[in-house]
Design a protein around this ligand. Structure first.
Ligand code: ADP
Length: 447
């Protein structure tokens, strides 16, 4: 086992990893930009080291600074959290060259899944069902017309290098496709430096269902059921729950096995998420994320496992602490993402926290790096906390979420907390009856 791990991240996820390290008796190193000198992850880690100025490009994304920080502190491994360098194959390669262990999958798997066209081809060959669409990339608009005529409108043009909901355009007919094709390519080139796009059938009212998988890197893999992340704004998740209210045990077992077998076959190592759209009882693969997800705690809650602990164990060459038959679902869990944003525009709202009180009690987990007097810097993501509840069933989880939101105090900045209080009063949320388009429509009517 490692003696010391460096955490190449900030905010709540850095705390999450520090906590796992501490329980495992591993020393933790926090890295920070000059803007984060007073951040909670710096205070909570055993050691800390400044790696650059506020700009992420010069600090949290600076590979030489992170490698130097490992050499100076003697950290043997890096946990990347999510975002930043968590899905950067070049970084993994560079760490390998410096004899530093990356707590995550091999560079090869990150590279395959980071290119959505290659990811889809790979998954299809492994027997995973995919959204109907083009075979690989689409190079010109005439080819796009041909594919669209075959699969039927509406279609969605997607960037192979896409992420964070960017580089996606929906087209209802040929005229729309002409525009969508050109603008998706332009947006992808500007945002990711790669203009390659592909086409998919645009599903009308699917749910976003993702399967948590975990591999030991030696050909054994399990699945930990699904998360329903259908409540989205601009293709970004807002609330997540597990198990999915619309998924039956049979559907879970079937798609779970397909996913576990697929990652076992490629010798995948560590945590991964296989994302699907789910409509009329069918699953359609859209992409795989080769990292720990923001919403992993809902899975931890219902299975009673610590995913970060397992990531660290597997990276150190130890076996996972569970087999498929040990993984039994207990109750229901819901997470809401608390962002420092001003609703309805959802514009970022950095600033000083004048009062903070975290909710507690049975079945409540608050993952946040906030504290009273903390000044949220304007340079990074607006996620400031995740409130996760666990109950014996969905109704109890909803009641607990409502109760916990009532206890939570975050003063000094605008947050998405009032939005969740409103959402919980909606019959569709109470019954779990929502697709990926529900929230946008509701926001348009109510905000
Ligand atoms: P990103 O990597 O940018 O997050 P994804 O491929 O994961 O992109 O898609 C993000 C979201 O976009 C999905 O959860 C879904 O809401 C929507 N989406 C993607 N593909 C389709 C599709 N074929 N039909 C309908 N909606 C889609």
């Amino acid at each position: 086992m490692f003696d010391k791990i460096l955490i190449a991240n900030r905010g709540e996820i850095a705390l999450r990893v520090i906590r796992a390290c501490r329980e495992m008796g591993i020393a933790s190193v926090a890295v920070h930009s000059t803007a984060d000198a007073d951040a909670m992850h710096v205070r909570m880690a055993d050691e800390s080291i400044c790696i650059g100025p506020p700009s992420s490009a010069l600090s949290y994304l600076s590979m030489p600074a992170l490698i130097s920080a490992c050499e100076i502190t003697g950290a043997q491994a890096i946990h990347p959290g999510y975002g930043f360098l968590s899905e950067n194959a070049g970084f993994v390669q560079m760490l390998e060259d410096h004899d530093i262990t990356f707590i995550g999958p091999r560079a090869e798997h990150i590279r395959i899944m980071g290119d959505k066209i290659t990811a889809k081809d790979t998954m299809k060959a492994l027997g995973v069902p995919c959204v109907p669409g083009s075979e690989g990339g689409v190079n010109d608009v005439d080819e796009a017309f041909r594919v669209a005529a075959e699969i039927g409108y509406p279609v969605i043009v997607k960037a192979t290098a896409g992420g964070g909901g960017r580089g996606m355009k929906v087209a209802l007919d040929e005229t729309g496709l002409d525009v969508a094709f050109r603008s998706a390519r332009a947006e992808a080139k500007a945002a990711f430096g790669n203009p390659d796009v592909y086409l998919e059938k645009y599903l009308q009212r699917p749910r976003h269902i993702e399967i948590q998988v975990f591999g030991d890197g030696k050909g054994r893999a399990v699945h930990l059921g699904e998360r329903d992340c259908s409540l989205q704004r601009r293709h970004q998740k807002v609330l997540e729950e597990a198990p999915g209210p619309a998924i039956t045990p049979e559907q879970r077992a079937r798609i779970g096995k397909v996913c576990a077998d697929a990652v076992a076959k490629i010798g995948y190592s560590g945590a991964g998420t296989i994302e699907f759209l789910f409509e009329d009882g069918e699953f359609y693969f859209i992409e795989m994320n080769t990292r720990l997800q923001v919403e992993h705690p809902v899975t931890e809650a219902i299975f009673g496992v610590d995913l970060v602990r397992q990531q660290i164990r597997v990276a150190a060459g130890l076996p996972m602490e569970f087999h498929q038959e040990d993984l039994v679902i207990n109750g229901h869990s819901i997470e809401v993402r608390i962002n420092a944003e001003k609703v309805p525009g959802f514009s970022p709202c950095p600033g000083r926290i004048t009062q903070y009180h975290a909710p507690g009690g049975l079945g409540v987990r608050m993952d946040s790096a906030l504290y009273q007097g903390y000044a949220i810097p304007p340079y990074y993501d607006s996620l400031i906390g995740k409130l996760i509840v666990h109950g014996r069933d969905r109704d109890e989880a909803l009641a607990r979420l409502s109760r916990a939101l009532g206890e939570l105090i975050v003063d000094g900045v605008d947050t998405t907390v009032p939005l969740f209080r409103d959402l919980l009063a909606e019959p569709d949320i109470q019954s779990g009856n929502y697709s990926i388009h529900w929230l946008e429509r509701w926001l348009a009517q109510h905000y």
